[in-house]
Ligand binder design. Structure first.
Ligand SMILES: NC(=O)c1ccc[n+]([C@@H]2O[C@H](COP(=O)([O-])OP(=O)(O)OC[C@H]3O[C@@H](n4cnc5c(N)ncnc54)[C@H](OP(=O)(O)O)[C@@H]3O)[C@@H](O)[C@H]2O)c1
Length: 271
């Protein structure tokens, strides 16, 4: 019998991570570990072994990867999915809030990658899938630090992919558009609200929340991940959702000023 592929998915308590963990676990060929900051240790949910993990902590990351190695003896796939959105104008956002955004969304990915690479290199291969965003391709108003953290993941993934190719390790990015997950409810707001931004910011954030909550089901993320894991030579980038396909395409087709006008129109900022 073929050995099962061991997959570790960060942020599997809801949204994309939960959908992906459940779908892979339902296929007999994957042994799936999911994580949550709230996971209580040894609980297996829907065939997914849940482990506690806070990607902001070196110690937590080391303990999580050790637990997978102890239980399964290897890690074939790491899916860096954990993340949240920080909302607010740049002027409203304290540097500590911006650092916290990067600590989870960007350094969390770097911590996980550093923790699994020794095992993947020793095994002679592996796969790393980093969850970016349409906001990692296009700067989003009132989400500029979130966008910056996802732009940073794009750069990290491009460089990393070239570094680890020689070890048989494939690095890919998933770039989703708006999807209906707990991302909207988990959104953090910058504390230093300024009245000069209030009307435009609140309007834009309402439009974003509505776009997410009327977006597609995260099962599509799970199906795409499965496709990536089955690909012999996975690509660097995978766009997910109509908006993630069309917005970057439109940007290439029209002059920059027209694209910016369209972005403002989308968020009702052209008043
Ligand atoms: N939904 C969208 O429209 C959309 C679009 C583009 C990209 N994305 C990206 O997709 C990824 C998943 O988001 P989602 O939409 O599925 O949102 P979600 O339902 O809120 O899931 C986020 C997951 O991240 C985990 N998490 C948050 N902070 C963490 C930390 N410090 N350490 C470990 N885990 C942490 C949460 O787990 P606990 O709270 O249980 O710890 C949760 O399981 C994120 O990177 C997000 O930026 C989402």
């Amino acid at each position: 019998m073929r050995e099962r592929t061991v997959v570790l998915i960060t942020g599997a308590s809801s949204g994309f991570g939960e959908a992906a963990a459940r779908l892979l676990a339902a296929r007999g060929s994957y042994r799936v570990f999911g994580t949550s900051r709230r996971a209580a240790g040894d609980n297996a949910q829907g065939g997914v072994d849940m482990l506690p993990l806070d990607v902001r902590s070196d110690a937590s990351v080391a303990a999580c990867v050790d637990a997978v190695m102890r239980r399964a003896g290897r890690i074939n796939v790491l899916v860096n999915n954990a993340g949240y959105t920080l909302a607010g104008a740049v002027e409203e956002t304290a540097i500590d809030e911006a650092k916290a955004q990067f600590d989870t969304n960007f350094f969390g990915v770097a911590r996980m990658v550093r923790a699994v690479l020794p095992a993947m290199r020793a095994q002679g291969g592996g796969r790393i899938v980093n969850v970016s965003s349409l906001a990692g391709l296009v700067g989003v108003p009132f989400h500029a630090h979130y966008s910056a953290s996802k732009f940073a993941i794009e750069g990290l993934s491009e460089g990393l992919r070239q570094e680890v190719r020689r070890f048989g390790i494939h690095v890919s990015l998933i770039e989703p558009g708006d999807f209906k997950t707990a991302v909207t409810a988990a959104r953090e707001r910058a504390a230093g609200g300024l009245s000069a931004y209030a009307a435009a910011r609140d309007r834009a954030l309402d439009i974003m929340a509505r776009a997410e909550q009327s977006g597609p089901d995260p099962i599509r993320f799970a199906e795409l991940l499965l496709q990536i894991l089955q690909a012999r030579r996975p690509r660097l980038r995978y766009r997910l959702g109509n908006d993630a396909v069309w917005v970057p395409r439109a940007r290439r087709l029209v002059p920059e000023s027209v694209f910016e006008w369209l972005m403002r129109a989308n968020y009702e900022m052209n008043e």
